[in-house]
Design a protein around this ligand. Structure first.
Ligand SMILES: [Zn+2]
Length: 377
């Protein structure tokens, strides 16, 4: 997955560079290899969360690269005068932001960090997780890859500022920030170009595309939606078992409907102003209609399977006469306080998903090692 992600981000970078300068740099191959090493480094810093994982980052890079490519195509077709922005680096800014947007994510929301008085809440004033991702992603880019970052900053001096506003935009729990983003989009799409600064226009394009890409699994087909829905459910339930946050089970079915109807569809509508060919609105409507018919059963099944698997594991543990210290270890590993059968042990369902993640991670590791090897030879 590192190699594939590098392929997408690299093609965006060199298209942007070609738009700014007539000739590509002599050391293009070295810089491209730096980009590969940077992506590999970032991939290793994603936590193995069920949802906020490296696999999610890859999905967001893929979705954002598709959307920004379509946006550019539209811009080229209708002419840059009527396009929303004219920054030649908009493609690279978008996919770079997608790459780093959840790096270091702890698998729980900002509000929970605040309740837990987590140390990140002492370091940053708000959007704790997003600010941490920015510090990791931009810090490594600038400090460890000086040749590559110098080239990017020389061609796009506002790069850091635009990436920062895009990643902060992904804090959907901040109502204040989401209002700011919507107001900006309104201004950018209704006021004549000369009345809105170029920076603000690019900022708005990147924000909207990244926001939609971040929830791309809610617009791209029912099966994809169900897979990521199960991962997110697992993350939320795992948090609850570990003593963080509320039990997601009771509200899961209804919660998905409100999320798609009140957040995803309006967002997809805004994006269709940037990318008219975008099918996200239809995709989201189909998903929510199907979920209304079958989502209740899916949710029930998800909960039942986790409970049955827990009970089976409980029986296995009992049969093997597992002592108390092992139970404590299972709890510390993040699966339950041991209060009920459902909450006490890691379920087979969870293990199946973990296997998927391990398999993907191993494949990604093989990919990256092979690519780095082939690039150094
Ligand atoms: Zn995300």
């Amino acid at each position: 997955m590192v190699a594939t992600t590098h392929g997408l981000i690299s093609s965006m970078l060199w298209k942007c560079v070609a738009d700014v300068e007539s000739e590509l740099p002599d050391n293009k191959d070295d810089l491209d290899h730096d980009l590969l090493r940077y992506i590999d480094r970032i991939s290793s810093l994603y936590e193995p969360n069920p949802f906020h994982s490296w696999e999610h980052a890859c999905q967001v890079v893929l979705s954002s690269s598709f959307l920004v490519k379509e946006y550019h195509k539209t811009k080229d077709e209708i002419g840059s005068k009527t396009g929303i922005d004219s920054n030649p680096f908009v493609r690279f800014i978008t996919v770079f932001s997608a790459l780093i947007h959840d790096v270091g994510h702890l698998g729980m929301p900002n509000a929970q960090l605040l309740d837990d008085k987590h140390c990140l809440t002492k370091i940053y004033r708000n959007s704790f997780l997003e600010r941490q991702s920015l510090q990791i992603g931009l810090g490594i880019f600038i400090e460890e890859f000086p040749d590559l970052s110098t080239m990017v900053l020389r061609m796009c001096p506002e790069f850091v500022h635009l990436v920062t506003s895009a990643v902060l935009a992904t804090d959907v729990s901040s109502q204040e920030r989401q209002k700011e983003i919507k107001d900006r989009f309104e201004r950018v799409t209704t006021a004549p170009n000369e009345n809105v600064p170029e920076f603000e226009r690019t900022q708005s394009v990147v924000e909207q595309i990244l926001l939609l890409a971040d929830v791309g699994h809610c617009t791209q087909g029912y099966d994809i939606f169900l897979d990521w829905n199960a991962f997110f459910f697992r993350e939320c339930l795992g948090n609850f078992y570990a003593g963080h946050g509320h039990d997601p089970r009771a509200e899961w079915f209804k919660g998905q409907i409100s999320f798609i109807e009140f957040y995803i569809i309006p967002l997809a509508e805004r994006c269709s102003a940037l990318v008219p060919s975008c099918e996200a609105i239809n995709g989201a409507r189909t998903i929510v209609n199907t979920w209304k018919k079958h989502g209740e059963d899916f949710t029930k099944n998800l909960i039942d399977r986790s409970c049955r698997a827990d009970e089976q594991e409980q029986a296995n543990y009992d049969a093997k006469n597992v002592d108390k210290s092992n139970e404590v270890k299972a709890t510390v590993n993040g699966f339950g306080k041991g209060n009920t059968k459902c909450m006490s042990k890691k379920s087979r369902f969870w293990r199946r998903l973990s296997c998927f993640h391990r398999h993907e991670k191993n494949t990604a590791h093989r990919d990256s090692t092979a690519s780095i090897d082939s690039n150094t030879q």
